[in-house]
Design a protein around this ligand. Sequence first.
Ligand code: FPP
Length: 238
Amino acid sequence: MRHPQHVAIIMDGNGRWARSRGLPRSMGHRRGVEAVREAVRAAGEFGIQYLTLFAFSSENWRRPKDEVDELLGLLKHFIRRDLADLHKEGVRVRVIGARDNLTPDIRGLLEEAENLTRDNQRQTLVIAFNYGARDEVARAVRRIAEKFAAGEVPLEALTAEYLDDHLDTAGIPDPDLIIRTSGELRLSNFLLWQAAYSEFAFLPCLWPDFDRKAFREALADYAGRDRRYGGLSREIAS
Ligand code: FPP
């Protein structure tokens, strides 16, 4: 089966999962972390080189403080508890998103995860944390403008590839497949630039229910897609 090299997931529906069971939203997020662990393991087994997970958006700060604290706490707990195992499994961790407005403890943990796993090659887990695509592009453009103003780069060098190299995702291939759970049909400011030719899978299941089987089905569906990148379909071209 033709597998994507990079799968990116918008993990949506934790709150609805909890509400449907009469539980607090925090329980949905906690079960969501279990689904994260299963998705990382499954991606490794399926031979998917890059898995990106949208863990916290730059807009999620608008949620009630309790919930924001819960989500930040879960990320910290996940890194503290799972980092050694991820490292042992040969997983490289990369984090995309803005760092400057994060507390030193979270920033330190994210750097620790990236530094420890820097040389791992079996699989890359990209955690999108405090991430918003427009913010990512704006930060990249600002860095490029600084270089241009300092005379370090000529105008002709400012190509799409050059912008690519200044995004948080520099060096990571564009996502082949973007999955969103919970039936919502939106990209919600996730990887807007990188999604130019991505395939999409919008699944009805809520994130805590996303398991190996749902993952395999999304991959099977992807395997049947005809990716044309602006060219002709396989049948017409042959
Ligand atoms: C969307 O559900 C989910 C989130 C905003 C956060 C996802 C975070 C996790 C699964 C846990 C932390 C992640 C890691 C990598 C350790 P929602 O709350 O928007 O659900 P709703 O739309 O049903 O209310």
